[in-house]
Design a protein around this ligand. Sequence first.
Ligand SMILES: Cc1ncc(C[n+]2csc(CCOP(=O)(O)OP(=O)(O)O)c2C)c(N)n1
Length: 343
Amino acid sequence: MSTPATASAVRHDGETVRRLYRTMALIRQFETTASRLMASGKLPGSVHLSIGQEGVAAGICDALEPDDFITSTHRGHGHCIAKGGGMEPMMAELFGRSGGYCGGRSGSMHIADPKLGILGANAIVGAGIPIAVGGAFSARARGTTQVAVAFFGEGAVAEGAFHESMNIAALWKLPVIFVCENNGYAELSPVSVHLSAQDVVDFAAPYRMAGVQVDGNDVLAVRATAEEAVARARAGEGPTLIECRTYRWHGHFEGDPQRYREKSEVAAWREKDPLVRLMAEVSDDSALAADLEAATAEARELVDAAVRWAEADAHPETSAILADVYRDPTGFEAADVATERAR
Ligand SMILES: Cc1ncc(C[n+]2csc(CCOP(=O)(O)OP(=O)(O)O)c2C)c(N)n1
């Protein structure tokens, strides 16, 4: 696995370390709280948590600009938070309340906020990948410097959408970054039984694109890898496939009895906690370490406040159930053309 040279530079940049840790702490706190709420029966539907994988979302999104795009998965809270998602609308969406990002109609797996460049989490495995390629194509067509990131698990690598997207993105040198969070399992199946290649990064070569495998629990290495991929994309040099090796501490979904893996395996990965690791990296700088401790307390307060906000929020009206599903075709073309021209 490679550790880009710039990782060591970032290691000494206190502001970047603070930002990365703060993002990871927010994700950890948000999801730990979601787990507790789910267990106590307060959340409807189902949630899939990324606890243990925070280094990927934080490291990749930190290298992006606010108007860059991301697409996400059924395990997408971390990606949305790292791209700037607010605690209150995120939490309200999990509660199914009207102040949620999608008016309480999407639940955990479909959070979207186009204003933040979040083109949507997606419960269909692999479905976000071509959407990110579309975002990159639109950036090219509009002449902007935006890049698009597709987050997906290694389970999506077995889908046709992944290969079609890789092919066209490489052929057209689109500004897109394919970020595979390889956590070793697709639902209950280990990689060894569902994927021909054990290293997802091996799929970069046949599509003639840059490929990097990185330790996903080393947020500084992820950040540095992302920076290089973003620079490549913005320079018109085409896409990059980044395989981040990581692990989810919780089951595939909350309540999953997890009979498919050994407790010792989970315990070994918990030892590689990305937050503890970053904290250890800066332990010789007591002021910085104290700031990181404070970020944990701050994250707890923000998430607790978001829970109170969401619980007090109203349920959506039943009559709003089809809102934003169908677009009124009246005046569609004229309005769209005017918007595009005004850009
Ligand atoms: C097209 C499609 N096939 C199957 C499923 C059922 N399913 C939901 S999550 C999942 C596993 C996904 O694994 P991976 O992409 O590795 O992501 P992870 O859960 O590990 O984050 C499957 C098969 C689905 N949602 N969509």
